[in-house]
Design a protein around this ligand. Sequence first.
Ligand code: UD1
Ligand code: CA
Length: 461
Amino acid sequence: MELFGIIMAAGKGTRMKSLDTTKSKVAFDLLGVPLVGHVINALKPLHLHRTITIVGHGGETTAKVVEGRSEVVWQREQKGTGHAVMQVAPLLEGKSGTTLIVSGDTPLITSKSLDQLLKTHIEGGFDLTILTSIVPNPFGYGRMIRNSKGQVTAIVEEINASEPEKKIQEINTGFYVFNNNLLFKYLKELPPNPKNGEYNITFLIKMFMDKGFKIGASTVDTFEETLGINDRAQLAEARLIMQRRINHQHMVNGVTIENPDNTFISPQVIIGQDTVIQTGVYLIGDVKIGQANMIGANTSIENTTIGNHNHIESSKIIDSTIGDQNHIGPFAHIRGHAIVTNETRIGNFVEIKAAKLHRGVKVAHLSYLGDCEVGERTNIGAGTIVANYDGNKKHLTTIGKDVFVGSGTTLISPVVIEDESVIAAGSTINQNVKKGDLAIARQRQENKPGYYKHWLKKIGK
Ligand code: UD1
Ligand code: CA
């Protein structure tokens, strides 16, 4: 039997109130992953034969974020969830199989609940199975209507609900499993919602009931995972839940997180045992961190006014690999494609980008290392800058083993600094340095004896 997945992600996302009309709601970021990316992650263990995402509003962005992980179908005009699924007919109509329909704006859903939903559907021999949830405040959700035998007979949307129906706390989560043939057969007959003219997929339930098809339901264990993101307050709520889930997992695996409510880790991040993470750390994207590292605390911004379109960096590690027993931060910024091997020291106000640091490297303060490689045990003095950018292109610099780079050095890329060499503090280096040599590239100091008195006179004191 073939298993298909459809992700509804074309909606306008009006309630996000974004100025950016090219951005879809499902492209909003949740711990370094777009909302729809979390949904695709939850689908992955189900081994679907095909996954199709319906894009529309901000569709170019959505198509980009699901690229390589899902097929894309366009819904040019957003006329409701039923109308959205109809757009998939050219791909799936007439195929026998089972179709899981999910909402792209429900990032907390777990594979376990989806698996349970599929099992209920298959084992119960149902034509349609709905994932439901019991919530404290059902406002805004479709309510589950059941008959005296407890069977589901309809879903009633908020705008269509009567006062007694509005009190029902069992809601439709927006996740369904359908017999694929029946789904596309009856979508064509879907009537518009008389209240707003939309074609709601939820109206299929009553149709299936009237035709005598078998309808099942599976209820999630924790209602939190079915939270739909419609506005930015719900986005923050979801972030908190996801953050707690991820951080909890790391802590039980042997990672110390000093302040889990103020530590932000993407779901794909890997962290080894005995690593300590102080407060305010961001580990975003494809980050791998080994064992027994110390990741120091973050920056804080106080009593500051900030205008528009600023990008304010803090203690962040993005798309990087960190080995074992390193000491990083506080206030370090490790940007994309960095590789930090083992036992290094990366101090405060150090920025590392696309650099490989070998074992035992020390770069303790105020430095920028971009597009370079630094050999074992090399010491990078305070305020060292790799000038990797000539205004047009980035260039590579290589620094060997056991090199001593004096403070305040500028290395104008590309240069090669061979092993066991010394660079005098304050040098501006634009030529290669040979093994065992000293490079000194600055004006010689001149002292003028007794000049102080002359200076006092000169300034009129
Ligand atoms: C929907 C359900 C409701 C359920 C709730 C769960 C309908 C009519 N209602 O309501 O019963 O309790 O989800 O969260 O289905 N979308 C499209 N094209 C459209 C409209 C929507 O692709 O024309 C997509 C949206 O991008 C979104 C999903 O479908 O990912 C759900 O749409 P949304 O407008 O958020 O529905 P709700 O009002 O939340
Ligand atoms: Ca929704």
